[in-house]
Design a protein around this ligand. Structure first.
Ligand SMILES: NCc1[nH]cc(CCC(=O)O)c1CC(=O)O
Length: 345
């Protein structure tokens, strides 16, 4: 892959007297390469949540490597998922929608690393790219934001709930078959505006996103992940980069979180085993207990919630991938061959 010039890295270095200067004389040597004029380009979507996540990555990298803010640029890339707002994701082509254009920028060497919500990432990445780090996981739970009532249980008969997530729709329908779920696409701000306009009596969002935008006060009910398990990867920011880009690899290694990486390995293996896309309601939640045991809760449902298969599996963290795969196989077997027919389309 073509690389831009020498491996130099812009750095507002400090000389011995603490003065800040930017010339080569002050450039520190970083992993044997001189720090000079090249910024680390962070690619991200442009939503408020995406920008909050990109800033968090930048802040962690600055702290881990003692770098100034302007050693980085945050480059906003618009994705088809941001532009197509009138159809559910499952109809327009699934998970790749929020990542395709950003991955193209990585492959073209227009950015150096991409910041994503892990739950928006397909299990198969384009050739040449890898997930090089998972950040420490935020709250994994879903929340209900209600207008007609504070909790799902208290909603009036036949209330309308806005959501674009098949998983949330299926689990809601399972709890309350009388509810009417309508498509709510768009970023968090768009969905909240639709709710305010009265287009629905409530919506469901991830606590993690609200926390990152300092909007946690909007939640009227926090849902128990045992009863309402999250999407695989929910609450975890990941960094995607080019395979073989040693500079980025070493840069992000310092902010990678091991427990999150292990949990996400299990959840994403579960998803991969089910060949999960946005067309399949799938939930998965992996945790590491105090004694170091990894446990995974995996669920699949029909979109109307009428049928659900779940499994729980435990093991050692080294078996994260295997635990996810076996859990996937277990629910597939329980569901039987006809489960995905008819609606998986
Ligand atoms: N598909 C949108 C999306 N992707 C990740 C999050 C939340 C943040 C996270 O899970 O890390 C959201 C919004 C939501 O579901 O409320």
């Amino acid at each position: 892959m073509a690389r831009r010039g020498p491996l130099r890295w812009w750095c507002a270095g400090r000389d011995e007297d603490g003065r800040t200067s930017q010339d080569d004389a002050c450039a520190r040597t970083y992993w044997g390469v001189s720090l000079s004029d090249t910024k680390i380009r962070i690619g991200t979507r442009g939503s408020q949540l995406a920008l909050a996540q990109a800033s968090e990555v930048r802040a962690r990298l600055m702290a881990a490597h003692d770098l100034p803010e302007d050693a980085f640029s945050i480059d906003v890339i618009s994705t088809s998922g941001d532009r197509i707002l009138d159809r559910p994701l499952s109809e327009v082509g699934g998970k790749g929608l929020f990542t395709k254009e950003i991955e193209a920028a990585l492959l073209d060497d227009r950015i150096d690393l991409a910041v994503h919500s892990s739950k928006d990432m397909a299990t198969g990445l384009p050739d040449g790219l890898e997930i090089s780090a998972f950040l420490p996981r935020e709250d994994v739970r879903d929340v209900f934001i209600g207008r007609a009532a504070k909790t799902i249980a208290e909603l009036p008969e036949g209330a309308t709930i806005g959501s674009a997530s098949l998983r949330r729709q299926a689990m809601l329908k399972r709890m309350r078959p009388d509810l009417d779920v309508i498509i709510f696409r768009g970023n968090v701000q768009t969905r909240l505006r639709k709710l305010e306009e009265g287009q629905a009596d409530g919506t469901l969002l991830a606590m993690a996103g609200l926390n990152r935008m300092d909007m946690q006060h909007l939640a009227t009910e926090i849902l128990d992940p045992e009863v309402f398990p999250p999407a695989p990867g929910q609450g975890a920011i990941c960094i995607e980069s080019r395979i073989g880009d040693e500079r980025v690899k070493r840069l992000v290694e310092a902010i990678s979180d091991r427990p999150t990486t292990i949990a996400l390995t299990a959840e994403r293996a579960f998803l991969a085993e089910l060949d999960g896309s946005c067309r399949t309601p799938i939930a998965a939640h992996a945790r590491i207990a105090g004694d170091g045991t990894l446990s995974l809760h995996g669920v699949i449902l029909t979109p109307d919630g009428s049928e659900m298969h779940e499994t729980r599996r435990e093991g050692v963290v080294e078996d994260a991938e295997l635990i996810g795969r076996l859990a996937g196989r277990t629910v597939l077997e329980a569901a039987g061959p006809g489960f995905f027919d008819g609606w998986a389309g």
